[in-house]
Design a protein around this ligand. Structure first.
Ligand code: ADP
Ligand code: MG
Length: 565
């Protein structure tokens, strides 16, 4: 029997798994159950278009069974199953190689990251010394058996299995003084784990449990009869099967939402905000959305895929439906469940689906309102959000020719030179003294230096505040905004700020005529590097200042020059 090697990356990860001192190893069960549930989803979805499969939703189930004698724990599902090729592909390579990259990049010793990212199937090796997968795919003639004892590799042989589906048999590791693997053979422990991690799974998760009951009292029992007990086994469904987004909000604990979020979306931090929404009318749907508490490591890269999980009446039809989210809210994770969508809708028809557009618009409003509510009621959290995803909002304003500036403008925050903290545009405008006409900003690399610019000091000396913009997108964003609440944005380094008094103006004009020849001479000496040399009537501590005229500021020029053509 040939031994197949794992792909190099999987091997590394597997090694980490097996030898990890990982404390949260109990999550292996959740991972295997969630795979089984996905497999059931897939088979059900397929059966909708292929009537020959002949199953209904009620036929699908997941069964777990411990056996103390053989020290095995078996997880069985009658989902879609895997062909030989699929066994090879899915279990021979690690699906989410991103987690390894993340670990090496961050040089973190925190082994927790392994579990937090949900490495799925491989987590079985945290508790098992041998894993056997027997699977028969929908439509396949034969079943196949995949078997592995760890890093050495795996074997793949033909096997007997009547029904479509997958059976995973774990031979648990031996107990040591510190690590007790036997607990995963105890039915109450398993029942607890299912309740804790997999309660919302929409297929029944069953297990035979040993119970005890009082024997019926014999008819001829005398007065001194003592009740007798007997044990029996009963098939019990361990999960409540109600998806968390269908449960009334007041019945769900915050930590349940957090757990669900972390498991489902593979994050290791709690979400910053949970958004629940039930809408009826033009678009009928239930949504459970999350604002992540940290920036995904690939968020600002091409690799990041936006999207919400889309369910039609409780059946998952798409894991990441990108059409439900505009780009500027691409950080939002979550689930949308609608009764209006047809179950056997395809990706292509989905795009054209009017219902989907209605949902998208309604979700967009909801997200916007929640973010704004967070800004008003929970400033600290909002600032964390802003630190993580503010850049995306600014891009959103700049993109699509400024189409979304009304929607997103009041979410913006910039660093205030006067208040030395982040302020919103509303706050800026509210505090504008009488006579101030524009919203002033300066763009550059660091706030300290910006605050010392000659024009910055001029603006501040008038008692006006100044926004210090240090991200490359800032200036583009503000230029696209053009104005806010009818106050124009003004870059302090683009030309005349019009802040001088009449007297200053007159004095400047006089000085200019007087020194005309000198200025011409300076301009000549600078050899075409400047367009004009003028008197600046408002300079305070600085002898000279550079200013740009026209649409593009010096900072913008820098950014544009950095961009690849
Ligand atoms: P993920 O679930 O994130 O894709 P896993 O490591 O958990 O990663 O599983 C890898 C793949 O193996 C799955 O995507 C799926 O295709 C396949 N798989 C795992 N368990 C089952 C199962 N019980 N039935 C069918 N396919 C499965
Ligand atoms: Mg999985």
């Amino acid at each position: 029997m040939a031994m197949h090697q794992f792909k190099a990356e999987s091997k590394k990860l597997l090694d980490l798994m097996i030898n990890s001192i990982y404390t949260n190893r109990e999550i292996f069960l959740r991972e295997l159950i969630s795979n089984a549930s996905d497999a059931c989803d897939k088979r059900y979805f397929k059966s909708l278009t292929d009537t020959s499969i002949g199953i209904t939703k009620d036929d699908l189930k997941i069964h777990i069974q411990p056996d103390k004698d053989s020290r095995t724990l078996t997880i069985t599902d009658n989902g879609i199953g895997m062909t030989k090729e699929e066994l090879e592909k899915n279990l021979g390579t690690i699906a989410r190689s991103g987690s390894l990259d993340f670990k090496t990049e961050n040089q973190s010793d925190n082994i927790d990251i392994i579990g937090q990212f949900g490495v799925g199937f491989y987590s079985a090796f945290m508790v098992a010394k041998k894993v056997t997968v027997i699977s028969r795919a929908q439509g396949a003639d034969t079943a196949w058996k995949w078997e592995s004892t760890g890093v050495e590799g795996y074997t793949l042989t033909e096997a007997d299995k009547e029904d479509v589906g997958t059976e995973i048999i774990l031979v648990l590791k031996d107990d040591t003084d510190t690590d007790k693997y036997s607990e995963y053979l105890e039915d109450y422990e398993l029942a607890n784990l299912v309740k804790k991690y997999s309660d919302y799974i929409r297929f029944p998760i069953t297990m035979y449990r040993e119970k005890s009951r009082q024997k019926p009292k014999p008819e001829d029992a005398g007065d001194d009869y003592k009740p007798e007990y007997e044990t029996y086994t009963e098939l019990e469904t361990l999960n409540s099967m109600v998806p968390i987004w269908k449960r009334p909000k007041n019945e769900v604990k915050d930590e349940d939402y957090n757990e669900f979020y972390k498991n489902k979306f593979m994050d290791y931090t709690d979400p910053l905000r949970v958004i629940t929404s039930r809408t009826e009318g033009t678009a009928t749907y239930t949504a459970l959305l999350f604002i992540p508490g940290s920036t995904p490591y690939d968020y600002y890269t091409k690799e990041y895929e936006k999207g919400l999980a889309l369910y039609a009446s409780g059946v998952m039809i798409m894991e990441k439906c990108a059409d439900l989210l505009p780009d500027y809210f691409s950080f939002v994770k979550g689930v949308v469940d609608s009764e209006d969508l047809s179950l056997n809708i395809s990706r292509e028809t989905l795009q054209k689906d009017n219902q989907l557009k209605l949902m998208r618009n309604s979700l967009e409003k909801k997200i916007k309102n929640e973010l704004h509510a967070m800004l008003i009621n929970d400033r600290e959290k909002y600032e964390t959000f802003w630190k993580n995803f503010g850049r995306q909002i600014k891009f959103g304003i700049y993109g699509d020719y400024g189409m979304h500036k009304d929607l997103l403008g009041d979410l913006l925050m910039f660093y205030s030179a006067k208040e030395k903290k982040l302020v919103t545009l509303d706050e800026y405008v509210e505090k504008m003294p009488e006579g101030q006409k524009c919203i002033y900003f300066a763009a550059g690399d660091d706030t300290d230096r910006l605050g010392k610019l000659p024009n910055a000091q001029l603006v501040l000396s008038k008692g006006y505040d100044l926004l210090l913009c240090t991200e490359d997108v800032d200036e583009f964003c503000l230029q696209m905004m053009r104005d806010y609440k009818e106050k124009e944005f003004k870059n302090i380094n683009s030309g005349d700020l019009g802040l001088e008094t009449e007297d200053e103006k007159k004095a400047a004009e006089a000085a200019e005529t007087e020194n005309k020849d000198l200025f011409e001479e300076i301009k000549k000496d600078l050899n075409g590097k400047v367009k004009e040399v003028k008197v600046n009537p408002t300079l305070q501590e600085h002898p000279v200042t550079l200013s740009a005229e026209g649409g593009i500021s010096m900072e913008m020029e820098k950014v544009l020059r950095r961009m690849p053509n």
